[in-house]
Design a protein around this ligand. Structure first.
Ligand code: NAD
Length: 479
């Protein structure tokens, strides 16, 4: 596939290309250009030139274009899902769901853009302003760079790009070097639906180099980044000089607290779903299972049984629960993380602890203690279930909050009043009660505390994330 720069489909000037491989079997499925520095600079200049016209396009027209784009995505759902499952390794079933969610997001943001009202501030609140007409309006920022990770390339692209375009910003998308193909195809469909090619461009290739060049540019007005804490810190450091908004959605090591009075069947259902979705590579998955000792034998036994019924293999086989990780390197990294946790004293209860190409089978670690890295800041991006036993809910909350990350969390108890009190004490952008913390309806303010990020995505945050407010005061015109 080609990059989409200002409407041209082209390779980079240096004509360097990178291969995109299917993580299941390592086969090359396509090649994309490795954008040169000149390509990055061209994209930025094109975006700056395109902004005034797109911003001046009436909101109802932009909204209609995006709604049309949403329908095109649904028309091509099966082909897009196949492409996504091939480049990412997620099951076809989940890939279909992700395309549907992207279409839904484009449609919802298209509608939401029609409701970005300003306010009329009564001047007579304060002496000296009684005769003034004061109104506020919202304006797009300009050029937004949307940097996305490999795990949800389509839905995270849509979460950022739909509201940005709907509010009149122009976008340069920088998908993960692992999974650019579905993003490229979706952008083609959006162009065919009426989004000007100059208002939505895609740069493919080496993420670090391209990302750093984009982040260094004074032509960028707004950044929306999703990825690891480490990369987010580099982005924030580079953007600090610009002052312009940089929204960061970063990693998590989310706790699941299981109280002694929890419904264990419910806990297992949610623990399994949250930790195996996207083959164990979700930011907001429960990654630390903190269980009150009174029910920890029951929890561990039930989880062993559930994992014994879990199938790992070809993501196109409808009977398979989990596909591979994103590449063999990710599986090797998981092997090292499990080995280091075992060296700290944990025990392997389920799984071999070994990588097989890009595959890492569901793994359960018991005897995990609060001092181990996995119980604090070691984010394992694979279907690994570390279980900690605790003597009290207070101890569970202390362990939960000991991480420097705080994305989502969950609490299970039949006593909802108690669970709310626990939720109140846990650090994080969201705490789910009696459900997995992997919880993301489109409207909620989605994002993390501490090093898990800044800013909130979702329909509720659209106005504040993608537009800037201006007050216009007309002096002495009333009465
Ligand atoms: P990553 O940080 O390696 O890469 C993310 C993106 O940043 C990619 O597009 C990459 O090419 C680009 N990039 C790399 N170096 C860069 C730089 N110096 N400047 C700018 N961009 C750069 O993350 P990943 O491995 O693709 O994704 C996994 C991580 O993302 C996990 O930590 C996960 O928890 C996190 N994540 C967070 C959320 C959230 O909403 N909070 C959602 C999904 C994933």
């Amino acid at each position: 596939m080609q990059m989409l720069l200002g409407g041209e489909r082209r390779g980079s000037r240096a004509n360097a290309r990178i291969e995109i491989r299917n993580p299941s079997d390592g086969d090359v499925i396509d090649e994309v250009p490795n954008a040169s520095d000149e390509d990055v600079d061209d994209a930025l200049r094109t975006a700056v030139a395109a902004f005034p016209r797109w911003a001046a396009t009436p909101t109802h027209e932009r909204s209609e274009i995006l709604a049309r784009g949403a329908r095109r995505l649904l028309d091509e759902q099966e082909q897009l899902a196949t492409l996504l499952a091939r480049e990412n390794g997620k099951t076809l079933h989940h890939a279909r769901g992700e395309i549907a969610s992207a279409a839904r997001l484009f449609e919802k943001y298209a509608h939401e853009a029609l409701r970005l009202y300003g306010v009329n501030v009564p001047g007579d609140f304060e002496a000296g302003y009684e005769r003034d007409l004061i109104i506020t309006r919202r304006y797009p920022y300009g050029v937004m760079v949307a940097i996305t990770p490999f795990n949800f390339p389509v839905s995270l692209f849509s979460t950022k790009v739909a509201p940005a375009l709907a509010t009149g910003n122009v976008v340069i998308a920088k998908p993960s070097e692992e999974t650019p193909l579905s993003t490229l195809r979706i952008c083609e469909l959006l162009h065919e639906s009426g989004v000007p090619a100059e208002a939505l461009q895609v740069l493919t290739g080496g993420g670090r180099r391209i990302g750093q060049r984009l982040m260094a540019s004074p032509l960028v007005d707004l950044v929306s980044f999703t990825g690891s804490v480490e990369t987010g810190q580099q982005v924030a450091t580079q953007r600090a000089r610009s002052i312009t908004p940089t929204h960061l959605e970063l990693g998590g090591n989310d706790p699941m607290i299981v109280c002694a009075d929890a419904d264990i069947d419910l806990v297992i259902e949610h623990a399994w779903f949250g930790r195996t979705l996207e083959n164990g590579q979700c930011c907001a998955a429960s990654k630390r299972f903190i269980v009150e000792r009174a029910v920890s034998d029951d929890f561990e036994q039930a989880l062993v049984e559930r994992l014994a019924r879990t199938t790992c293999g070809d993501p196109f086989d409808e009977r398979v629960d989990l596909g591979p990780l994103i590449n063999p390197g990710a599986a090797r990294r998981t092997e090292e993380q499990v080995a280091s946790t075992l060296a700290e004293g944990a025990e392997l209860k389920v799984g071999s602890g070994k990588a097989h190409a890009a595959f890492f089978e569901p793994t359960m670690l018991v005897g995990v203690t609060a001092q181990m890295a996995i119980a604090r800041d070691l984010e394992v991006f694979a279907p690994v279930f570390p279980v900690l036993r605790v003597d009290s809910v207070d101890e569970a909350v202390a362990i939960a909050n000991a991480s420097t990350m705080a994305l989502h969390a969950s609490v299970f108890s039949r006593d909802v009043g108690k669970a709310i009190a626990v939720a109140h004490r846990i650090d994080g952008g969201l705490v789910a009660i009696n459900g997995t913390g992997l919880y993301k309806p489109d409207a909620i303010p989605f994002g993390g505390w501490k090093t898990s990020g800044s800013g909130r995505e979702g329909l509720l945050g659209m106005a504040s994330q993608y537009t800037q407010e201006k007050t216009i005061a007309v002096r002495n015109v009333l009465g």
